[in-house]
Design a binder for this molecule. Structure first.
Ligand code: GAL
Length: 682
């Protein structure tokens, strides 16, 4: 493939020929090439340029553009335009539109206002995809395809009539009989029993929107399946026409979508849209001035890596954020575009495409700046990007390298979606996920997210010394089996509170908690509670190390002869009660911690379990810096990223080569504010 070739890093940008006079095209393409940009992404919102009225196709607009691209030697990622249906389509066929929970249709004037399940829309999309692919895919300059744009962005709930129809089909396939559905959804509660499939709807407007949680869980599963099948519909068509070596991808990372399965079914690899400047959005900044800000994008990038270990960035921030009504953020400061680009590369991106070449002079995204401002004049940002191109060339040998982590955080879509439905789960999960990420970042402990997918094997878990599964609320036997094998073979598994209390329908189990996880964790939970405001600060004492419990307390008892209490709650009416059990199981250990993980707690776990700061023998850096390592054929590449605006000192304990300068790295070095370094370890 031309962009993830395992040989070198590639730079691109997003271009909208339809936004600019044709007289600018050639100059723009030439300037891009001079900047180091060799790939552009086009056409994702340009349906009407090809089908201006129903059934009439005019290909000449993009033909003229592609002729020019070929003339100057620019490579192109072509998109299907299905994120923005034309006005003629939505007016004539309003059933293609998405709706809110009260059934009000989302009308023309924005984007992504369609639903995935309307047979009419699917037909139109299949047709336009076929037309695009049949006509353009043979072009020499085209190297790959993007499906739609950011599936589930803007709106990730769907309440149209087509969605209800699709829901009924989905449910009938899943449960076969209404009795089984009623059982799975616990409809006996509040007299919700269904007697006909036609009585079932996607969630509708109810008192406090508190629709049956088991119904909502299945409904989110439907949304995911609908988005996936929409992607597959397009991918199957595109594949008929692509030239050998051309790829299919889609961009963004949004909710209610099993991105892993979508990638397996329909894509060659995943691309992400990375906007770390959101961390500086004015409203968010005021809410939480001490947050990790742009550094948090490393968490999103780690999520992307869990889908495609090596991936692309289809939209990398190159200017200020801002719609005309929201999301205002400042222009990246000198050095920040470089920092955010290297951040992406550190986590596994081999293709970096900047959003967007020119800033749009019209529409909702007038403030969403690209590389160039409205006038297109040479500016500081394009100068920085030219420099970045040189850096990318200098570090190009990292391409294909795999991010190294000894610690994994286990995830699965059932629990991710349950978090949205179950407040207790939500509270503990949001605290723990933030804390684990922050503690790992600050202690320079790289971590991966590891998903329970159909293709996950015991082998995939083995490479992690420690796995956290912070709140495995929903579990099934298969997952417990994989976890047990991992521990039996010597792995260390850490599970937090509220685990094992639900089955796959989201209903609570009647077992002793933690349910199916009891034998593996050697834990019994006779009692549990949210931390009461009357309790004050609840401390945990782990053999003399004190830290605060968060949100919830499961009161534990070790069960079985291999289980030991390792920590106790040190306050409130349960002072002295076990807060942490360690169960020796096979060659490994399963730990059950009775609370959510505060940052302090997460840091203690990483340290006590011996996995914090794995690179301290190579380099020491202050907390402001992220450390990441990509490894290729046994060669390690160390990334240092300074997110603070102040310079910091880093100290190397092993020889290496600074790939930007070719100089040896020994002893102490200064890293500028927002500075980065990529070191080839000797
Ligand atoms: C992305 C989207 C782009 C553009 C950009 C800036 O989410 O894919 O089309 O909208 O954000 O808002």
């Amino acid at each position: 493939m031309s962009v993830l070739n395992g040989q070198r890093l590639v730079m691109g940008t997003c271009y909208y020929p339809e936004h600019w006079p044709e007289t600018l095209w050639k100059e723009d393409l030439q300037r891009m090439l001079d900047t180091g940009i060799e790939v552009i992404r086009i056409a994702e919102f340009a349906w009407s340029k090809v089908e201006p009225v129903e059934g009439t196709y005019t290909f000449d607009f993009f033909d003229r553009f592609l002729d020019l691209a070929e003339e100057v030697g620019m490579k192109v990622i072509f998109c299907t335009p299905t994120a923005t249906p034309p006005a003629w389509l939505t007016e004539k066929y309003p059933e293609v539109l998405n709706a809110d929970i009260k059934g009000n249709l989302f009308r023309h004037g924005m984007r992504r206002h369609y639903n995935y399940n309307s047979p009419i829309y699917r037909n139109f999309c299949a047709q336009i995809t076929e037309k695009f692919a049949a006509h353009y895919a043979g072009r020499k300059c085209i190297i790959g395809w993007q499906i739609d744009n950011e599936l589930n962005c803007e709106e990730d709930f769907f309440y149209s009539e087509s969605d209800t129809k699709a829901f009924r089909v989905f449910l009938e396939k899943k449960y076969v009989t209404l009795d089984r559905l009623n059982e799975a959804w616990g409809t006996v509660f509040w007299n919700q029993t269904y007697t006909d499939w036609e009585e079932i709807f996607v969630p509708r407007y109810t008192y406090r929107d508190s629709v049956n949680p088991h119904q909502v869980l299945d409904y989110i599963r439907l949304i995911s399946e609908s988005a996936r099948s929409f992607a597959k519909l397009q991918s199957d068509i595109i594949r008929i026409y692509t030239k050998p070596g051309d790829f299919i991808t889609t961009n963004g990372l949004f909710k209610h979508l099993d991105n892993h399965q979508m990638t397996r079914e329909s894509l060659d690899f995943y691309t992400y849209d990375s906007y770390p400047d959101f961390g500086y959005c004015l409203d968010m900044y005021e809410e939480n001035p001490s947050a990790l800000r742009d550094r948090k994008w490393s968490r999103n990038l780690s999520e992307v890596r869990a889908i495609s270990p090596v991936f692309g960035i289809m939209e990398q921030q190159s200017g200020a954020c801002g719609w005309n009504t929201r999301l205002e953020a400042p222009t990246p400061r000198p050095g920040q575009i470089t920092l955010w680009t290297i951040q992406s590369i550190a986590h596994g991106a081999d293709f970096i495409s900047y959003f967007r070449w020119r800033t749009c002079t019209m529409g909702t995204e007038m403030y969403w700046h690209g590389i160039l401002d409205y006038s297109g004049r040479e500016n500081r940002r394009i100068r920085e990007i030219k420099q970045i191109h040189k850096l990318m060339d200098a570090v190009s040998e990292v391409a294909g390298g795999i991010y190294e982590a000894q610690v994994g955080v286990l995830k699965d879509y059932d629990n991710i979606w349950d978090v949205e439905i179950d407040n207790w789960h939500q509270r503990v999960d949001s605290v723990s996920q933030n804390a684990l990420f922050s503690a790992a970042q600050k202690s320079h402990t790289p971590l991966d997210y590891v998903y329970f997918t159909d293709s996950l094997k015991g082998e995939d878990l083995k490479k992690y010394k420690v796995l956290f599964y912070p709140h495995a609320t929903i579990v099934n036997e298969e997952r417990v089996k994989l976890l047990s094998e991992y521990v039996k073979e010597g792995g260390i598994l850490v599970i937090g509170c509220r685990s094992g209390y639900k089955d796959m329908t989201g209903k609570c189990v009647m077992d002793r908690l933690p349910g199916l996880l009891a034998p593996l964790t050697g834990t019994d939970i006779p009692e549990y509670s949210l931390i009461s405001p009357d309790a004050g600060k609840v401390m945990v004492d782990w053999e003399g190390t004190l830290f605060e419990a968060s949100v919830f307390t499961d009161l534990l008892e070790p069960a079985g002869e291999d289980a030991q209490s390792k920590a106790v709650y040190a306050s409130d009416y349960y002072a002295g009660t076990c807060a942490l059990v360690c169960n020796s199981y096979g060659k490994g250990q399963a730990w059950y911690y009775g609370s959510a993980f505060s940052e302090e707690a997460a840091e203690v776990f990483l340290r006590k379990l011996g996995v914090a700061s794995p690179y301290k023998d190579l380099v020491e850096a202050p907390k402001e810096c992220e450390i990441a390592v990509r490894c290729k054929n046994g060669q390690k590449y160390l990334f240092l990223l300074n997110y603070s605006k102040e310079p910091v000192q880093v100290t190397f304990h092993r020889d290496g080569t600074d790939l930007y300068t070719g100089e040896k790295t020994v002893g102490s070095k200064k890293l500028d504010g927002y500075g980065t370094m990529v070191v080839k370890i000797s």
